[in-house]
Design a protein around this ligand. Structure first.
Ligand code: ACO
Length: 379
C-alpha cells in the first residue's frame, strides 16, 4: 500500500469508508436513507420500519416488519439491576451523563456483551435501541420523584417512550410527531458521533462500547447538543422585538448562532425543511406559535446575513421547537436524539464490521527533534 499522507483538519475532505445507509447531497439539500427520500419516509414510515430499512438495505414486507417490531418490543424492559441503578443516580445529574452511564451499564448484564458474531451484534443492537426509552424516561421520573412506569410490549416504539415518560398514552399528534423526529434523526452518514462509534468498533471492541462512545460525542453543542442550545437561545431572546438586536449582536461579535450551519449541507438541511412545516402546526396547536415565529424571524435575519455563505438552519433548529411544543424538558432533547441515532450508530457498526479495518489516522508532528533529556535539578 502506498502512503501519501496529507493534512486534513477536521477530516473535511476524507472519505473513511463506503456505506449503503444514507446519502447526502449537501449542495442540493438532499438526504436519502437507502435511496428513499427523507421526506417520503417522514410522511409514510415508522421508526421501526426505517430502522429495518437502515439495517437491511431494503424495506420489510408486513411479516418481516411485524417480526422486527416484536423483537424490539420483547426487549423494552431493562434488567432489574438497571432500574435499581437509575435510583442511585443523583437527581441533579445532566440526563446525557445519566444516559451514557446507563447504556454502558447495560453491558454488565448482557451475557452476549463480548460475543462479536453478526447475530449477537444484531441482537445487542435491538436491545440497546429497545431499552433506551426506559433509561431516559426512568431517569427523568426518578429525578422528579415519580414512580417508574413499566414498559408495555404491546405498544410501538414512540408510544412506549411517551407512556414511560408521562404515564399516559400519547395523543395521535404527539405520537406522529415523535415518530417523525425519530425518523429524521435516525442516520446521517459519518457524522461525528457515528464516526466515533466506528473508531471504537473498528478496534473489535463491542456494541455497548461503540454506542457509549457515540453518546459522549453527540452530547457536544457543535453536534447533537445544539437542539438544547437553540431552545435556551429562544428563551433568552424571549420576545419578538429582541430577535434582531440579539442575532445581529452575536454575529458582530463573531459568535455562532446555534441550529445554523452544517459541515455537509451548504443548502438548507432537508430535515429542517420538513420539521419547519410540521412544527408550525404543532406549535399552533400547543400554544407555542410565538416560538415558531421567533424562529422564523431568526431564519430570515440569518438568510440575509450569512445565507450566501451557505449557512442555513440545520435539523436542530426546528426540532427544538418541536420537542418544546410536545412539552418535553429541554435537557431531554439530546437524549431523544440518542434514542433515534442508535439506529444509525448500530447500523453503521454492523455494516463496517463486514469489511473491518482499524481506524487509525496519523498526526502531523510539528514539535522539536533531538532534544536532550535535562535532569530535574537542571531545569
Ligand atoms: N452561526 C454563525 N456563523 C457560523 C455558524 C453559525 N451557526 N456556523 C458556521 N459559521 C461560520 C463560522 O464562524 C466560520 O466563519 P469564518 O470563516 O469567518 O471564521 C465559517 O462559518 C465556517 O464555520 P466552521 O465552524 O469552521 O464550519 P464547520 O463546517 O466546521 O461547521 C458546524 C459546522 C460545527 C455545525 C457549525 O456550523 C456550527 O458550529 N453550527 C452551530 C452549532 C450547530 O447548530 N450544530 C448542529 C449541527 S447539526 C448536527 O450535528 C445534528
Amino acid at each position: 500500500m502506498t502512503f501519501a499522507p496529507s493534512l486534513d483538519l477536521g477530516l473535511v475532505n476524507t472519505i473513511a469508508a463506503e456505506s449503503k445507509m444514507s446519502f447526502i447531497d449537501g449542495t442540493k439539500g438532499v438526504l436519502e436513507y437507502v435511496g428513499i427520500d427523507i421526506d417520503s419516509l417522514a410522511r409514510n414510515s415508522t421508526f421501526e420500519e426505517t430502522t429495518y430499512l437502515l439495517w437491511n438495505s431494503r424495506l420489510p414486507n408486513q411479516s418481516e416488519l411485524d417480526e422486527f417490531t416484536r423483537q424490539i418490543q420483547a426487549e423494552y424492559d431493562p434488567p432489574n439491576e438497571i432500574w435499581d441503578l437509575i435510583k442511585r443516580i443523583p437527581t441533579d445529574a445532566v440526563p446525557m451523563h445519566a444516559l451514557r452511564t446507563l447504556v454502558s451499564a447495560l453491558s454488565l448484564f448482557d451475557p452476549e456483551a463480548d460475543d462479536p458474531s453478526p447475530e449477537a451484534n444484531h441482537r445487542k443492537s435491538i436491545r440497546i435501541l429497545a431499552q433506551c426509552p426506559a433509561l431516559i424516561a426512568g431517569y427523568d421520573r426518578h429525578r422528579k420523584g415519580k414512580d417508574f412506569v413499566e414498559p408495555d410490549s404491546s405498544l410501538g416504539f414512540a408510544e412506549n417512550f411517551v407512556t414511560l415518560l408521562t404515564g399516559d398514552k400519547p395523543t395521535e399528534t404527539m405520537q406522529k410527531a415523535m415518530d417523525v423526529c425519530l425518523i429524521l434523526h435516525a442516520d446521517h452518514g459519518f457524522n461525528a458521533s457515528t464516526f466515533a462509534a466506528l473508531v471504537t468498533i473498528s478496534t473489535l471492541s463491542d456494541m455497548y462500547s461503540a454506542v457509549t462512545t457515540a453518546i459522549g460525542t453527540l452530547k457536544g453543542p457543535l453536534h447533537g447538543g445544539a437542539n438544547e442550545a437553540v431552545m435556551h437561545m429562544l428563551k433568552e431572546i424571549g420576545e419578538m422585538d429582541k430577535v434582531e438586536p440579539f442575532i445581529k449582536g452575536k454575529l458582530e461579535r463573531k459568535e455562532k448562532i446555534m441550529g445554523f450551519g452544517h459541515r455537509v449541507y451548504k443548502a438548507i438541511d432537508p430535515r429542517a425543511t420538513y420539521l419547519k412545516t410540521f412544527t408550525k402546526q404543532l406549535a399552533e396547536d400547543t400554544g407555542n406559535l410565538d416560538l415558531y415565529e421567533m424562529s422564523n424571524k431568526i431564519e430570515t435575519i440569518m438568510k440575509a446575513a450569512v445565507g450566501a455563505r451557505g449557512i442555513h438552519p440545520n435539523v436542530d433548529f426546528y426540532s427544538a421547537t418541536t420537542y418544546y411544543s410536545l412539552g418535553l424538558d429541554i435537557d431531554l432533547f439530546t437524549p431523544l436524539f440518542v434514542m433515534s441515532r442508535i439506529s444509525g450508530w448500530a447500523g453503521h457498526c454492523m455494516e463496517y464490521l463486514q469489511h473491518n479495518s482499524l481506524i487509525r489516522p496519523r498526526c502531523d508532528y510539528v514539535g522539536p527533534h533531538e532534544m536532550p533529556y535535562v535532569a530535574m535539578e537542571e531545569r
